[in-house]
Design a protein around this ligand. Structure first.
Ligand code: ZN
Length: 152
């Protein structure tokens, strides 16, 4: 039974889930490349280790959409004891298509229930007020911290 479930999971992954448009104004899910604060790709160097997600360009205040049919799991608080980061300190955890995904820096409309691909899930937070000059972006991270790049 367990092997069957693993096979089924592999099938889902190999089927090639592709994320739909994540952010209004960025129809191709363009990735943050480099800016004065760093790089947006998976594995980029960070002051506290490596970057375990990919950054998808999204202007502050933009509407954010469900990248596939999702079940919302819960809201996220990203940083503890860093009040200066309050304007970007929310996110959303979701499951669907065999994946578990965390999106950072969005103010969720709601934190439970189901949402169809392309439907609104929230709004991009005020990144420029915390990191001026950074390419504002939604951080997309798989719950197991593996590389999500191939889903874009
Ligand atoms: Zn990131």
């Amino acid at each position: 039974m367990r092997q069957f479930i693993v096979l089924l999971a592999l099938f889902y992954v190999c089927e090639g889930v592709t994320f739909g448009q994540l952010c209004n104004g960025n129809p191709d899910n363009e990735m943050r490349t480099s800016d004065i604060w760093g790089y947006g790709h998976y594995g980029a160097r960070r002051e506290d280790g490596t970057h375990t997600g990919v950054d998808i360009v999204c202007e502050d205040g933009s509407v954010v959409y469900a990248p596939f049919d999702v079940t919302l799991v819960r809201g996220l608080i990203i940083y503890l004891n860093k009040p200066e980061r309050d304007p970007v300190n929310n996110g959303l955890m979701m499951r669907g298509e065999g994946l578990c995904v965390k999106l950072f820096y969005i103010e969720p409309d709601k934190t439970t229930g189901t949402v169809l691909k392309g439907e609104r899930i929230g709004k991009m937070m005020r990144m420029q007020s915390v990191w001026p000059g950074m390419t504002s972006h939604v951080h997309v991270q798989l719950c197991d911290k593996s590389d999500p790049t191939s889903y874009f």
